[in-house]
Every structure is written in C-alpha cells, then in structure tokens.
Design a protein around this ligand. Structure first.
Ligand code: ADE
Ligand code: ZN
Ligand code: ZN
Length: 297
C-alpha cells in the first residue's frame, strides 16, 4: 500500500494513536518537543525562559529550538554534541565507553553536553549579569539536546553514523535512515494524518500525555533515581534500545520503507517527542525553581 492508501485508512490510524502504552529531530521535531515542554513549565521557569530567550524567539522557546542545528557547522566544536554512538551492533550505552567525538576526545557527546548546560543554567540563580556563561545559548543548547538524545538514531552505531550512511527509500524517495527518523516519519504523519498542520499533531500528543498513554507513568518518569532531575544517560540507554528494536530492524541498506514501517514506528516517534517535552519541562522547572536546591550526587 502506498502513502495514498493511508487516506483510506484514517480510522485505523486514529485507533493506532489511541492505543495506550505504545525525532535529533528535524525542525518540526524540535519545534514539537519545545512546544510540548512550554505547556508544562512552572511560573518560575516560564519567567526565566522569557528573560533568557533572544528577541528573535518572539517569546516562544519552540521558535528557536533548532538554532543549534543551524550553527552546527559554524560552531564546529558543537557538532559532536548532538549525538552519542555505540560500538557497532551493541544495543547498550555506556558513558565512559561511548561519550567521545570521532577523534576520541572524551566528554564530547550529547549526554555530557546536557550535564554541562544544566550546570551552566544553574548559575542563573546567582544573577544573569554575574554568570560567566552565555545563558541564552545554554538554554537553547539544553532544550535542543534533550530532544536529540531522545531520537533513537542519535544514539546509534558508530560504523553507520547513526544510520546516516544507510541509504533507503522512504516510499519512492531516496534518503537515509537517519533522515527518516529526524524528519520523514513526522513529515509523513503531518501530511497524511494531520491535514498538513504540525499544530494538530502536537495537540494529539499533548492529549495522549494527559490521558491514555501515560496511565503507565513509569515511562514518563524523569529519572529512575528521582532525586535528580536530569539523567541523560537513562535517555540514551532507552534510545539505543529503541534504535535496535525499531529503527535498524528491517531497514537494511537498499530497502524500501513504506506503510508497514511507517505505521509501526510512528507511535515510537510520538512517544519519544512526548517524553522529551515532559522531561525538558521538568529539567527547566528544577533549574529555575526558587526553592533552595539540595546537593545532588
Ligand atoms: N554523526 C555521527 N553519528 C551521528 C548520529 N548518531 N547522529 C547524528 N549525526 C551523527
Ligand atoms: Zn539527526
Ligand atoms: Zn541536533
């Protein structure tokens, strides 16, 4: 069945989206993550975010969440901070083994970047003017990287650059597996199920967060050890498991991915967008809370 067939299957698709339990992302994915997060921000966090946002954001975090991708090749040092890959065919993640750039420099990966920018933003309490960091950039990097670490193929295998070198067809279009997960699954969903309106897809995910999906709250848990509010290592471990189970499976070089792949992977993408949005909000709420912070391990 081609994409056209999906129009006929509208009710089946609606059903799929309601089944309980069941994208770095491209521009639309990052917009969705930050839009979802905005809806869960506390008053303190909202005030801090508004103060830190650049003019160009028009007061909306979601408007600037793709900025780190736009400057990725200009700020060359930031390129390796968008992902963390594992040795080929290993479906688990280990910080000390995996967090390095392609030259082997330790600590240059997405999970380390999340710790680093969280730590920088915690100096906001000391007053912005005294902080030695650029907290506007820190906010945009943190918001973007929490999205990235939830994209399963941003924690993929080193040998194929997280699916970037796996050439596949998405329906009739030639592309690579990484791009399918960053962009195509979301774009196809928006086009065929949400009348080309990303806002409608975001609203559907928001509804799922507040009801059916997250009856099982454990999948939304911010950290297993709930003493801490940022635990990128857990998010990375989830991602590589999903990469093995859903992204790489049945997507060998030269394969054509169509409805079977699309309909079975879309719920994974939607849930990862939901998790990143909720977790980003919880992280920002923690960072900008006016309550004194207890020291964290
Ligand atoms: N470059 C190398 N590995 C990558 C990954 N997993 N995601 C994005 N870019 C990459
Ligand atoms: Zn990507
Ligand atoms: Zn990115």
């Amino acid at each position: 069945m081609g994409l056209f067939g999906l129009w006929w299957n509208g009710s089946a698709v609606g059903f799929l989206l309601l089944v309980p339990g069941i994208l770095g992302w491209g521009k639309e994915g990052h917009y969705a993550v930050c839009k979802i997060a905005e809806g869960f921000l506390s008053e303190d966090a909202l005030a801090a975010v508004k103060e830190l946002l650049p003019e160009s954001a028009g007061g909306e975090l979601a408007a600037v969440c793709s900025w780190p991708d736009e400057i990725r090749f200009h700020y060359h040092w930031s390129s390796a901070l968008h992902y963390v890959d594992t040795p080929d065919f290993l479906c688990n993640y280990n910080y000390s083994r995996d967090c390095h750039d392609s030259a082997g420099h330790k600590g240059r990966c997405v999970t380390a970047a999340i710790y680093n920018y969280t730590m920088q933003l915690l100096t906001y309490q000391d007053s912005i003017s005294k902080s030695k960091y650029n907290l506007t950039e820190a906010l945009l990097f943190l918001s973007h990287f929490i999205g990235d670490v939830h994209q399963p193929l941003h924690v993929g295998f080193t040998g194929d650059l997280g699916g970037n070198t796996i050439i596949v067809r998405w329906y009739r279009r030639k592309t690579n597996l990484h791009h399918v997960w960053d962009n195509m699954i979301i774009e196809s969903a928006v086009k065929t199920m949400y009348s080309e309106d990303l806002g409608l897809m975001i609203e559907a995910i928001q509804r799922n967060i507040t009801d059916a999906w997250f009856n099982d709250m454990s999948s939304l848990q911010i950290c297993t050890n709930n003493r801490t509010t940022v635990c990128p290592n857990e998010y990375a471990s989830e991602s590589i498991r999903l990469a093995c189970k859903f992204a790489y499976r049945n997507a060998t070089p030269g394969s054509t991915l169509n409805d079977d792949y699309f309909l079975s992977r879309l719920p994974v993408v939607e849930k990862r967008l939901a998790q990143s949005g909720v977790r980003l909000a919880a992280t920002l709420n923690h960072i900008f809370s006016s309550e004194p912070k207890i020291a964290e391990a």
